[in-house]
Design a protein around this ligand. Sequence first.
Ligand SMILES: [Cu+2]
Length: 173
Amino acid sequence: MRTAFTRTASIVLALAFVACAPGDEAETPPAEETTPEMAPPAMAPVPRTVMIVPGADAPTATGEMRITENTDGSTELNLVVNGLTAGDHAWHIHSAPCGTDGPIAVPITSAGDQAGIGNPVTVGEDGSANATVTIPADRLSQDQIRTGQFSVHVHAGTVEEMGASVVCAPITP
Ligand SMILES: [Cu+2]
C-alpha cells in the first residue's frame, strides 16, 4: 500500500510540473510589434519667420519672411509680401536693423551697379510677391546674421533707380 501510494504521489507531482509548463510559456509577452517610422533628417534646418515692417511709402504692405540657416552655411530668405506696386523692385540686405540707416551689405538684384546674387522682387498685378534667395556664407555668414544687425529692404523702384525703402524685414537671431 505504501509503495503504491508513493508512486501515485510521484506521478501526480510529475503531472503537476508538466501542467505548469504551458502556463509559464503563456506568460511570455508577445514579441513587440515594430512600427517602421521615417526618422527626420538629423540636421534639418528649422526656419524662423519674421513679420515685415511696412515703410512710409507702403503703409498697407503686409507680409513675412522665412529665414532658413542651411547646413552648408548659406542662408535662405523667402519673402512673401502684399500691398506693393506691380513690377520689379530692388531688394538687398542692409547692415542695419529695420528703422535704422545703414549701407547695403548684400545686393540681391542681378542688374545695375548693385548687382549681386538673385533676382529682383517681382510684384504681380495683385500687389503680391514671393521671392527667394540663398545668401552664400562668404557674402554674409550665419554668425553675422545672428547678430541682429542686418535687415532686408525692398525698395519702391528697380536697382537703377531704387527710390525709398517700402518694406523692411528684420533678420532676427
Ligand atoms: Cu535699401
